[in-house]
Design a binder for this molecule. Sequence first.
Ligand SMILES: [Ca+2]
Ligand SMILES: [Ca+2]
Ligand SMILES: [Ca+2]
Length: 485
Amino acid sequence: MQKSPHKRLAVVIAAMAAAAIAVPLGFGSSHREAPNIALDPAADNTDVYAYTANDAPHALTIAADWIPGQVPANGPNFFRFDDRARYYVNVDNTGDGVADIRYLFKFKTKVRNQNSFLYAGPGTQDFNDPGLNVIQRYDLVRETLKHGKVERSKTIAHKLPVSPPNIGPKTFPNYQNFVDQSIKTLGDGTKVFVGERDDPFFVDLGAAFDAINVRVGTGNQGQGKDDLSGYSTSATVLQIPERLVTRNGTSVSGPNAANAVVGVWSSTDRRRLQVTNASAVGGAAGKSRRRPNRFVQVSRLGNPLVNEVVIPLGQKDRFNRTTPNNDAANYGKFVTKPELAAVLNALFGINAPETDRTDIVQALLQGIPNLNQHSGRNAGTPVDTLKINLGTPPSMTPSRFGVIGGDNAGFPNGRRLGDDVVDIELQVIAGYLVGNKVPLGDGVDKNDKKFLSKFPYLAAPDSGFDSNPSQRFEPAHPPTPPGGP
Ligand SMILES: [Ca+2]
Ligand SMILES: [Ca+2]
Ligand SMILES: [Ca+2]
């Protein structure tokens, strides 16, 4: 699986559109004609979550995932963050779509014995065990910005270990040791974990838009198949005291406080020209040019599925290169006139409004007034950040539908791990907020594994030995009869 789930979803929609509407939609001749970032999975953000955890009510918890579709048994070269890329978690506390605080993860991988093909020897206990052959570590840098320029930069964690993939019980008989050793509380009170986890995103790609399900209104009645079950992701989890992310450097007194709302997104930078083998570029064989090239953004992610279902394929790589403060100018027209609404109407005749969708702009990009809209002069500026009101108390009885399910502590007021963003966004695009309430859904209501009630919250990854991710290829409905279609 090369593309992120979201990008695969976009392909599904593209395929549906091409099949259902007899007009050329310009998606290219091949579904394999993927956007650039799909060819660079190590830099590909898959999901970002920002919420107030029940056991940490005065902190902002952010989980940001990278590298889609990781098969747990993918040895001997297991997935890891790219030492040459820069991974960011961005926070905008003024509402202009420009980061004010950034957390930068920089990685370095060490292979103790280059002559061994093993990631670790049998019975490796923890990070201190000499049997651990491959170890990736990271520095965490906190940057404070003014008008988008880094004003202060401080390394707040140095050479912390990345929790490795769960290779199997013979290699790692006590895998949890690595997880425990990867959870750190830093000097400023920030908690951090980086490493391999179960992919928390859940979606039934096959049935998401199943015509029959939707026609009879059973889209929300289960029986879907979690296509991402059994896959892992490379996760960063931060739990940051509120005072370190708010615009005035103090904690949030309540939901109406002027500093209560922050916007969150993740991004990845690479050097503009990055070659792994100088001789491969021809000409100056053996002479590697060491002139450093500047870093440029190659991927970003705020609200789930915005780049996937709203931004046309031809614009996706541009989206990845641009920043939220320019979203309205660059992409506003796609949001107010979402192609998906037209596609849903063509397929299912559900009367989704197709133009002037200011309701979607508000829900995803501007923030909802008196809930998660920034206060002050940038109030209502449309930017693709995950906007969360830190004064909203966490819910003890969360609804997977979040705000449209009557639970103001969930998406789009931030995003929790369990929020069913596929169902929510399908329903919002169908017109939920303007009175067209259609029970669309993919039939997958929750992750295949239970989330943890404590940090780092994301479930443990399957071990390579025990994993069974190929289940995702099974059809959600009775298979094709023997002999084929
Ligand atoms: Ca800002
Ligand atoms: Ca999962
Ligand atoms: Ca769902």
